[in-house]
Design a protein around this ligand. Structure first.
Ligand code: PEP
Ligand code: MG
Length: 324
């Protein structure tokens, strides 16, 4: 089977009825690059910039960051690379920037930190935009957005950075910009968020955690953490519809996209891109190449009226077993 999966690399991710669904990868380490290209990744849906920050003893300078980002953009060019601005706090701590809180997942994390420290945000965004000069495959993505004001503030900083870089004489095109939908308020405001940007990308790991009030890293409640909970699936469906109503691209970069059972439902909902760990890519591609989108849509209609995650999961597993 693993040899069969390997030979999949150069085949498109396309359903039996001819629907293309590009598979992207989540990256962080430089080692992810080779792995991703080996598996035939069509782009990067989430480059976690915390990772290079974690490998250092202090904040990397703008120029250091420019080089790191340039390497990432060059390695994948002309494929698109989606770089997320720093998402620290919560479960992601930088040793040289301690945040001590009772409820870190509800505290100072993601965009909240970087809007309070615009010097961190600006250095990062400037480095990304400069790194993109001559390549033009950069998208910038904002984590943990909870309202439109945060987004407007971040957009202003990005536009200002771009203008300043042009004035400095660097011929850099404006980046595509997207928002992560990973808190419940963003689901309900998905349309307004989508209107302001080029794309939405669901972070289903955090979205599941926040919708179900289950710490994603707490073993004691791990059996309650279920990305196929009906509430999560309805949220995912709502986000896809909201993006579509604004004519914007919608993708997903949480772990759910890397499971064949999740991928089938996301295909049916109309997600334009699935982004996952490189190791998941072959099995997801294999599953999608063996089904019709029309059948996946029928399956989705069936599971969206179910009330239990276990029933939904069993139903999708059964569907896939019939379409091996
Ligand atoms: C997510 O929350 O689903 C996500 C992709 O981001 P992270 O796992 O880095 O929080
Ligand atoms: Mg997240």
């Amino acid at each position: 089977l693993s040899r069969d999966l390997e030979s999949l690399r150069d085949l498109p991710c396309e359903t039996l009825d001819g629907h293309r669904l590009p598979l992207y990868v989540n990256t962080g380490l430089m080692a992810d690059v080779a792995r991703s290209l080996e598996q035939g990744a069509e782009g990067v849906g989430l480059y976690r910039t915390e990772v290079p920050f974690l490998l250092r003893e202090r904040f990397p300078s703008e120029e250091e960051q420019r080089q790191i980002y340039r390497n990432q953009l060059e390695a994948f060019a002309p494929r698109p690379v989606t770089m997320r601005t720093l998402d620290i706090g919560g479960d992601k701590a930088l040793p040289y920037f301690p945040i001590d809180e009772d409820n870190p997942f509800l505290g100072w994390r993601g965009i909240r930190v970087t809007l309070d420290h615009p010097e961190i945000f600006l250095a990062q965004v400037r480095a990304m935009i400069k790194a993109n000069a001559g390549l033009n495959n950069l998208s910038i993505m904002l984590p943990m957005i909870c309202n439109v004001s945060e987004l407007d503030e971040a957009l202003q900083l990005i536009h200002r950075s771009h203008e300043e870089i042009l004035q400095e004489g660097v011929d850099a095109s404006p980046p595509r910009i997207g928002v992560m939908v990973e808190v419940p308020s963003a689901v309900y405001q998905a349309q307004g968020l989508a209107r302001r940007v080029d794309f939405l990308s669901v972070g289903s790991n955090d979205l599941t955690q926040y919708l179900l009030a289950v710490d994603r890293n707490n073993a004691r409640v791990a059996d309650l953490y279920h990305a196929m909970h009906p509430a999560v699936l309805h949220a995912l469906n709502t986000v896809a519809q909201a993006a579509r109503s604004e004519g914007k691209q919608v993708s997903i970069c949480g772990e759910l996209a890397g499971e064949p059972e999740g991928a089938v439902l996301l295909l049916a909902m109309g997600y334009d891109v699935l982004s996952m760990n490189a190791t998941s890519l072959p099995k997801v591609k294999n599953a999608l190449r063996n089904i019709h989108r029309a059948e996946a849509r029928e399956l989705l209609a069936e599971v969206l009226v179910m009330e239990r995650a276990e029933d939904i999961h069993a139903c999708v597993v059964g569907f896939l077993a019939d379409h091996g």
